[in-house]
Design a protein around this ligand. Structure first.
Ligand code: BMP
Length: 263
């Protein structure tokens, strides 16, 4: 039977994560469950897209280590400014995967200082509980909400994150519900009353794959299967596509699929 879930708005009151409550409120207010993945090479393009598409998204996802001529001042400072102007959250798709002590440094230090500005980041469950504890300890001097997603499943062909690995990842997420608020996944995970937020990449309406293992599903497929937020990159800004037109199209499709599954 098709999945039915409470509305984003109804979930605000009961969610154990302050960051998730803030996110669900943004989604409700802006009527969008679209996260655009800003996988572009230059800071100009990143900031231009963040400005022109900001109205249509709840979250922008970044791979900030791929930006040419990155500096904190020229990339992060204006991006944070835009996040306030357009009311979106920033998700640095860092995919931490080391021991607790090392990920704590990677999260807080170096040229990126991710914890300072990324409302959301993510981690592989592979190292075990220490990775969550290490990242969480990195948030202790931050005065704004921070949240972690665990990668429970991946969109790529032949992914090893399946079955028992996925189940154990869900168990790990139960350890610190104020911080670990959900999953990168292809399916609904956890019990309904646990209310994990499911963010789903590998969504595309016009492509099947990218020749390097990526696999695309439709918006309807993802959302009717229990995804709360669709993550779309090249479907929106690949060559020949108009990012504003495509953002509106994915936002509309995402919202329609969501309203169809609300209890
Ligand atoms: P695109 O829609 O252009 O295929 O981009 C997908 C984005 O989501 C990429 O930034 C990729 O790193 C990320 N991603 C993914 O595709 N599959 C996963 O399972 C996890 C991801 O983070």
């Amino acid at each position: 039977s098709p999945i039915t879930l409470k509305s984003y708005e109804d979930r605000i009151a009961t969610h154990p994560s302050p960051l998730a409550r803030r996110l669900l409120k943004i989604m409700t207010d802006k009527k969008t469950n679209l996260c655009v993945s800003l996988d572009v090479d230059t800071k100009d393009e990143l900031l231009r897209l963040a400005d022109t598409l900001g109205a249509y998204v709840c979250v922008f996802k970044t791979h900030v280590d791929t930006i040419e001529n990155y500096t904190y001042e020229s990339v992060i400072v204006p991006l944070v400014e835009l996040s306030k102007r357009h009311n979106f959250l920033i998700f640095e798709d860092r995919k931490f995967a080391d021991i607790g002590s090392t990920v704590k440094s990677q999260y807080t230090s170096g040229i990126f200082k991710i914890v300072q500005w990324a409302h959301i980041t993510n981690a592989h469950a592979l190292p075990g509980p220490g990775i969550i504890d290490g990242l969480y300890s990195g948030t202790k001097d931050i005065n704004e909400e921070r949240g972690l997603l665990l990668l429970a499943e991946m969109s790529s062909a032949g992914s090893l994150a399946t079955g028992d690995y996925t189940d154990k990842t869900v168990d790990l997420a139960r350890r610190n519900r104020a911080f670990t608020f959900g999953f990168i996944a292809q399916n609904r995970l956890g019990a309904d009353d646990e209310d994990f937020i499911i963010m789903t990449p590998g969504v595309g309406l016009d492509d099947k794959g990218d020749g390097l293992g990526q696999q695309y599903r439709t918006v309807d497929d993802a959302v009717s299967g229990g995804s709360d937020i669709i993550i779309v990159g090249r479907g929106i800004f690949a060559k020949g596509r108009d990012p504003v037109t495509e953002s509106k199209r994915y936002r509309e499709a995402g919202w329609k699929a969501y309203t169809a599954r609300v209890k």
